[in-house]
Design a protein around this ligand. Structure first.
Ligand code: KIV
Ligand code: ZN
Length: 525
């Protein structure tokens, strides 16, 4: 155990593993790399990059993150099976610092109904897997899945056995989000008192939010001796999600007087990282979400505003700047130059390379021609939508549509392909969005089935931009696309075109239209 671990809480981010497991949250390799570099900039200690044995795609992304992201420990999850451990070890091998995280369920319910294994057999598997993992890697974590519903005495036996086998971090998950703070603190105290070698390892906590207590339970565990917290950006994860990283970190920071322990997180990166994850996954952050919601620092009531004007500390326990929110509301206009744009982008916490900045600036100029006032939210949406996705092969040169009450809608699109092809198509539909999607299907030459269409206003006002996220099914796979525009039909068409481009690129690279493992990989691409 590293001596520094006891005077701060280690932040273990599992956005790319437990978070990505949530329905609708799958990410492409490129998106995972973007999130992983944002997590590095946030200064998380450990990135759980995936579950290498789950699929070839998972293996590839853990390996790519291990190769590219320097700084944090890069970790892969593995079941207590030798093949899983070997896959995890191979995937994290290129990392500067690597970890293998093995887990097996320990509760009576899981032992009897899921694993059909006796207590001793589970301990034997756990010990063997930790030993095998240690042959590959010095840093091994063990998780007792469903620990919060496991008998304390048995849990203590499992923990002592895996410590003896070489695990350096022991994670105690509340897998089903069942425990409550006082009870969970008791579990940690019990382990502290009853596991002989407990002080030789880092005790970790991993909570789910089924009863809305993931953060409270994790804080209770820290208070009772846990020194690693497993969490995700925006609290995304299985079912109701995981412990939210931003809430955990800001609770420890804001109530340092109570907890007397902090983290290494650069809290000014919290807001941009939250926006990045929400834009990539399409999981919008509720307006009233603590720390990173739109309203988290908005004061509406007159009496509050009055207090705020006298002294912000009357109603504000954290400063918006501390979480990376520096709203100036009205920002730039059509006469703003590249320099002012670059500065504002940096103030908003984004670190763009020259190509990304140029792409975003071109989009900004186009938008400034259509919209009187540009807000920070507009800039964020532009950056999120122009950053990651490589252009093409198709570009939409023209979109026209007509619609009215009692008449069917019609849309015409003109697309150009990087190989010089042009496609002009017109289609009818129940509304202009459906007509545009049908015309795009004809232009691209394949037809997809729309599963979900979500639209959200990026800022306020009549000329606010709409952000559309579509989920589409094609060849048994779900694909997701985003588009923004002041016109929601156009935003929808751009989102749909992004999907067409994803499919076209996969077809060109020979991945799609096949039963290859990579093609079968992701739930949402
Ligand atoms: O919730 C859980 O128990 C997990 C483990 C695999 C750590 O995600
Ligand atoms: Zn979990």
């Amino acid at each position: 155990m590293d001596e520094h671990t006891q005077d701060r809480v280690i932040i273990f981010d599992t956005t790319l593993r437990d978070g990505e497991q949530a329905p609708g949250c799958s990410m492409t390799l490129r998106e995972k790399l973007r999130v992983a570099s944002a997590l590095r900039d946030l200064n998380v200690d450990v990135i759980e990059a995936g579950f290498a044995a789950a699929s070839p795609g998972d293996f590839e992304s853990v390996q790519a993150i291990a190769e590219e992201i320097k700084g944090p420990v890069i970790c892969s999850l593995a079941r207590c099976h030798p093949e899983d451990v070997a896959r995890a070890a191979a995937a994290v091998k290129p990392a500067e610092k690597s970890r293998i995280h093995v887990f097996v369920a320990t509760s009576e319910i899981h032992r009897n109904l899921k694993l059909q294994m006796a207590k001793e057999e589970i301990i034997r598997r756990a010990v063997e897997s930790v030993q095998v993992a240690r042959e590959h890697c010095d840093d091994v974590e063990f998780s007792a899945e469903d620990a919060s519903r496991t008998e304390h005495a048995y849990l203590a036996d499992v923990v002592q056995a895996v410590i003896e086998a070489g695990a350096g971090t022991i994670n105690i998950p509340d897998t089903v989000g069942y425990t409550v703070p006082a009870e969970f603190a008791e579990t940690f105290r019990y382990l502290k008192q009853n596991v002989k070698d407990i002080n030789d390892v880092v005790l970790s906590v991993h909570c789910h939010d089924d009863l809305g207590m993931a953060v409270a339970n994790s804080l209770a565990a820290v208070n009772a001796g846990a020194r690693q917290v497993e969490c995700t950006i925006n609290g995304i994860g299985e079912r109701a999600g995981n412990c939210s990283l931003e809430e955990m970190v800001m609770a420890l920071k804001t109530r340092a007087d109570f907890f007397k322990i902090g983290t290494n997180i650069d809290t000014t990166r919290l807001y941009p990282t939250s926006r990045l994850v929400s834009s990539i996954t399409g999981m919008h952050v509720p307006r009233n979400k603590a720390i990173v919601g739109e309203n988290a620092f908005a004061h509406e009531a007159g009496i509050h505003q009055h207090g705020m004007l006298k002294d912000a500390s009357t109603y504000e326990i954290m400063k918006p700047e501390d979480v990376g929110l520096s709203r100036s509301n009205l920002v730039l206009g059509k006469h703003s130059g590249r320099h002012a744009f670059r500065e504002r982008v940096a103030q908003l916490g984004f670190d763009l390379d020259d190509d990304e900045l140029n792409r975003a600036f071109t989009e900004f100029k186009k938008l400034a021609d259509r919209k009187k006032e540009l807000f920070d939210g507009d800039l964020e949406a532009i950056i999120m939508n122009s950053g990651g996705t490589p252009a093409g092969p198709w570009t939409m040169d023209e979109l026209q549509f007509s619609a009215g009450t009692g008449v069917s809608a019609s849309a015409t699109v003109r697309l150009s392909h990087t190989d010089g092809r042009m496609a002009d198509e017109t289609a009818d539909g129940d509304g202009p969005v459906e007509a545009a999607f049908k015309a795009l299907d004809c232009a691209a030459g394949f037809s997809m089935s729309l599963k979900n269409f979500e639209v959200r206003s990026v800022t306020v006002g009549e000329d606010a931009q709409g952000e559309v996220t579509v989920t589409v099914e094609y060849n048994d796979h779900n694909y997701r696309g985003h588009g923004i525009s002041t016109d929601i039909v156009e935003a929808g068409a751009l989102a749909y075109l992004e999907v067409i481009n994803r499919i076209s690129r996969r077809r060109n690279s020979g991945i799609d239209n096949s039963n290859s493992a990579a093609a079968k990989d992701a739930a949402v691409i």
